[in-house]
Design a binder for this molecule. Sequence first.
Ligand SMILES: CC1=C(/C=C/C(C)=C/C=C/C(C)=C/C=O)C(C)(C)CCC1
Length: 346
Amino acid sequence: MGTGTWQLAERRTRRIENWTIQASRGALLALFVVFAAAGLTGSIPSLEVQMIIYLVGMVGLNLPHGGYEHFENLRRRGLPMGAKYVAMYVTFVAGFIALFFITPLIALSLAFATAVAKGGHGDLRVMDALVGSDHLQSDLQRGLAAFVRGGAVMIVPLVFWPETFYGFASYMISMFDPGAVGALHTRMELMTPILGGAYGLALVAHLVWGYATSGGSTAWLADLGETSLLVGYFAAVPVVVSIGLYFPLWYSMRQSGRTFAAHRKEPADESQGLPVPIVWGVLIVGALATGLVAATLWLVAPNPLGTQGLLPGLVAFYTIFICIVALPHVVVGEWLDFKRGIWYVP
Ligand SMILES: CC1=C(/C=C/C(C)=C/C=C/C(C)=C/C=O)C(C)(C)CCC1
């Protein structure tokens, strides 16, 4: 590629990266405004509509991106690495399903923690690549930032929409052990103020500490804006909609921007690229394997649709399923991969 063409391509890529950040902010801000107004005028959509939005967002828009992220992570890393990755992935998936039988309450907490970890650590890497993270100067400070970003996804809705949250958590637990619903309710009522208080403290500590170490960098201001947007969004938008649209409109959109940035900084050597039929084959096998996890969960869970009708049952089933596949996404894909990680930033 000539220098002129290369510069043009680079500028185009940067524009797309920038667009993913602006679009994710715009989408959440628009939803915040619409739902805050709907809340004030008492015109929040029915729970049925909210559940349909959740399923469309999570199954239709978010799931394919998850598969793409694994493909993107593995495609130039050789067969031994790929085989090890798959073996570890299957082990974690099987272990997590088993945990739902052994101790459903702990397994459910781990499922919620998975959403926090995926949203938080994923977004931290987007900050590294695109938004700026100069103000986060130690591992502890980065860990706190990830907790605040990810905690917004679960703890803020728990505090602002407790009844819906408890309700769906009960449907999820009743897939495995309907008798545990009572204990779950008591524990969640106990944990809500504790988690809410801890989150509030973490939020203030993160912003103050970031300001102190920012040295006047604009990264802190961007962080302040985005963190406030996330907290406001999860407080104002009903939980089923907010989580169902956060993953496709924030997580996936910004991770595609990060992928663009990684390619721009480290252009691929085309000779290492996989031939098209192999790419096709890998994606089909990946999709079938994902379907196999869902089918296995359906077959082994005593009540795959919980105890409450089709739509809430589907939301509960899909949520448990996605948490089961998302845990190794974070642990195997990122934390145990010391060389590169699924959210690689060159
Ligand atoms: C608690 C709770 C929910 C839980 C959602 C979770 C736990 C989503 C996890 C998503 C992940 C891990 C996505 C990965 O890509 C619902 C169903 C919104 C309903 C309201 C209460």
